[in-house]
Every structure is written in C-alpha cells, then in structure tokens.
Design a protein around this ligand. Sequence first.
Ligand code: SME
Length: 163
Amino acid sequence: MHDVGTIEATDKPGFYRELFAQAEGLFHGERDAIANAANLSALIYGAVADLNWAGFYFLKRSDELVLGPFQGKVACVRIPVGKGVCGSAVAQRRSQLVPDVHAFPGHIACDAASRSELVVPLMRDDTVFGVLDLDSPLPGRFTAEDQAGFEALAALYVAASDL
Ligand code: SME
C-alpha cells in the first residue's frame, strides 16, 4: 500500500505540486479507472481544506453523467449533460469555477451545505469521459490556482487510467 504523507507546502502552487506527486504514487502500477478514481477522491478529501464533497461522475452514454467514486454525503446519481455545474462542464468542455452556487442557474444541490464548486472535465484529446467535482461549504473557496491544480490532477488521472 502506498503511503500518503502530510503536505507541507504553504503556498497553493507548492501544495498542488505535492498533491500531484502523491497522486502519481497512488496510481503507480495501477490503471483501473474506478480504483484510481476512488483513491484520488480519498486523497483529495483528506488533503484539501474546506471541502464537503470530492468525487467523480462518468459519462456512461453521451447525454448523461453517472455518479462514480467520491467522498462526502450521498449524492445525485444521474445528471443530464448540459444541466447543473457538472453537466455544463461536459457540454462546454471546460472547467466551471462557481464562487456562489446559489447564483448559478440550474445548480443541482446534492448537499445543501455546498456554497461554491469547481468542476473539471476529464478529457483526452477531444473525448470527455466525465468530471472531477469539488464542493465547498465556503463561498468563493476556489481560485484560479485551485483550478490549475485540479486540472493537472484530472489530466494525470486520465493519463494514468484505462477509461
Ligand atoms: N452540484 C452539482 C451536482 C453534483 S453534487 O455537487 C455532488 C451540479 O450542479 O452539477
């Protein structure tokens, strides 16, 4: 079993570099997409402050996301492409950084505690496989640095897993 250490960086870019290195260690020698998603959810939820949900939705067919491995409260299972923050990330093929979920038209409230959200599409070339979704109980929790950090983690996950 790979050991996950404490992250010591005090600045966000350094924090995400260490988190990335730990994810590389977790994925080493393992390409199962569900196992890697489960471990990445647990790594993120344990290491990143002020989250109430961290996990995956996968495109099982072209118009619908289905819940994958996650940490946090039980969540909505199916999200149509184009709906909510997750479905918008797939439809627009780009990350959605939402400082105030109450101001996002069509936001799907799985956990009423969520106040801000960051959703990163899982992409290889032009193919979208799903999303990595992070929720926070704090408004404005996610910055451009968080987005860059999670986009790098999502790219690593896609490269390291058989999707
Ligand atoms: N809020 C998301 C739904 C998923 S939950 O946050 C886990 C959305 O609007 O797509």
